[in-house]
Design a protein around this ligand. Structure first.
Ligand SMILES: Cc1cc2nc3c(=O)[nH]c(=O)nc-3n(C[C@H](O)[C@H](O)[C@H](O)COP(=O)(O)OP(=O)(O)OC[C@H]3O[C@@H](n4cnc5c(N)ncnc54)[C@H](O)[C@@H]3O)c2cc1C
Length: 397
């Protein structure tokens, strides 16, 4: 995939080639095959039991999906964001829960340590995380600090060669199951957003525990939990990035994270669309398949068109992320906003195409409808994406 590079001479190289490479197409095929054979048969069972699918983590690791965007020397698959978007899209086409587990692990927890960590931190944490020997989570949100994450209240106070953390984080994906948590805490209240630092906390650290497990509308096989710090001592070497830069770095981490949520929404939209199309071709009313009614055809046409537009925005943001020579805040926010909202529209129309059967759990439409709603909320709501986009357009900080 190449959206074109313009050199200083004005020469345009490789302009607008939308095709995936042979390797990228092969990657898509192998993840699709894996998702169809290992995930699809369990989707409703996991959803209804809110079962976290720990049993497939070793297979995800073998496929390189727990370290997609990290170099091989760091234990990763050595691939880029395009491949990462393909992976999240394909997993989410079958089960968004698996998509979000992989996304929070890769682009939030591991990527924060990879981007901001010291060599020693990369060696100690990124390698086993990227190899899939450990699972990661990332805790920014608090009960009183959601969209306004700069309002973080969890504190970290310097003491005896380290920091003592107190407070609670909410809505942490993988919170109960993660071996490694990256959490943001206030180290200097007087500096606002520039007084928040990031810390790496290992499972089993005294004073650190997962709290309430949320009972959710959708993505029920993923874990969304509170994580609690009670006089939790974290050694100085586990400060991640510079003191006071944790929130600023989180915003950079979210640039990549939003590509995951765009791919999550895109994958679920694709899954819902395929299910609706197959159903429309076999469901008969008034002596015809419902796909022969123009009202249904127009729905399918709109769904396919919007999915394609969402895919182009998502892959453009991924392509920019791989270029590493500029920020891509605007493009990742646009992709996340649009793909999340398209996901919701497509899933809603899929329920409509299924009619009454769209409302019951024997058919796949209702689960996509429930699951995809997260994509307009997580990693910045649609309203916050519009604020981010407008700020970029208007040149405001
Ligand atoms: C399933 C799930 C998984 C999650 N995983 C993680 C995770 O792994 N790590 C993590 O840190 N967080 C995670 N989150 C938290 C998520 O990022 C937050 O829920 C989200 O940022 C919104 O915060 P909030 O829920 O407090 O809503 P609020 O901020 O209270 O927003 C409520 C409403 O007000 C609107 N609003 C708020 N401020 C403005 C404004 N300035 N202008 C216009 N409208 C505004 C919002 O758009 C929304 O509609 C997860 C959430 C869910 C549901």
């Amino acid at each position: 995939m190449n959206f074109g590079v313009i050199h200083s001479s004005g020469h345009r190289e490789g302009s607008l080639d939308f095709s995936l490479t042979d390797e990228q197409q092969q990657l898509r095929r192998s993840i699709r095959q894996f998702a169809e054979s290992e995930i699809r048969p369990h989707v409703m069972e996991w959803d209804e039991a809110s079962h976290f699918p720990s049993e497939i983590l070793p297979q995800l690791a073998d496929l390189g999906l727990l370290g997609v965007i990290f170099p091989e020397e760091c234990g990763g698959a050595g691939l880029g964001y395009i491949e990462y978007a393909i992976a999240i899209e394909e997993l989410s086409r079958v089960d968004g829960s698996v998509g979000i587990i992989v996304a929070a692990h890769n682009s939030l927890c591991t990527n924060h340590i990879f981007k901001c960590g010291t060599e020693a931190q990369r060696e100690k944490y990124v390698v086993p995380l990227a190899q899939g020997k450990k699972l990661g989570c990332w805790s920014l949100t608090e009960p009183e600090a959601g969209s306004d994450a700069g309002g973080t209240r969890t504190t970290a106070v310097r003491k005896d060669g380290g920091w003592v953390l107190n407070g609670a984080k909410t809505f942490t994906t993988n919170g109960h199951y993660a071996d490694v948590c990256v959490a943001m805490a206030v180290t200097d209240k007087s500096k606002g957003g520039h007084g928040i630092s990031a810390f790496i906390i290992e499972k089993g650290t005294p004073g650190f525990r997962p709290g309430k497990k949320e009972n959710k509308l959708g993505l029920r096989a993923s874990d969304t939990s509170e994580v609690v710090f009670t006089d939790c001592f974290v050694p100085a070497e586990n400060l991640l990035g510079q003191e006071g830069q944790g929130f600023v770095n989180s915003l950079q981490v979210l640039d990549g994270g939003r590509i995951s949520i765009a791919a999550l929404g895109l994958g679920m939209a694709q899954g819902a669309f395929e299910a609706a199309t197959a159903y429309a071709k076999q469901r008969k009313q008034f002596g015809k398949t419902i796909s022969e009614f123009q009202a249904i055809q127009f729905k399918l046409a709109d769904m396919a068109t919007e999915i394609d537009a969402a895919r182009l925005l998502t892959y453009r943001a991924a392509w920019l992320a791989d270029r590493k020579d500029s920020r891509y805040t605007l493009e990742s926010s646009m992709a996340k906003l649009y793909a999340g909202e398209v996901g919701c529209r497509v899933a809603s129309e899929a329920v409509q195409v299924f009619g009454g059967y769209g409302f019951i759990k024997d058919y796949p439409a209702e689960k996509f409808y429930r699951d995809v709603k997260l994509c307009t909320i997580g990693e910045g709501t649609s309203e916050i994406q519009r604020l981010v986009i407008a700020r970029q357009l208007l040149g405001k900080k």
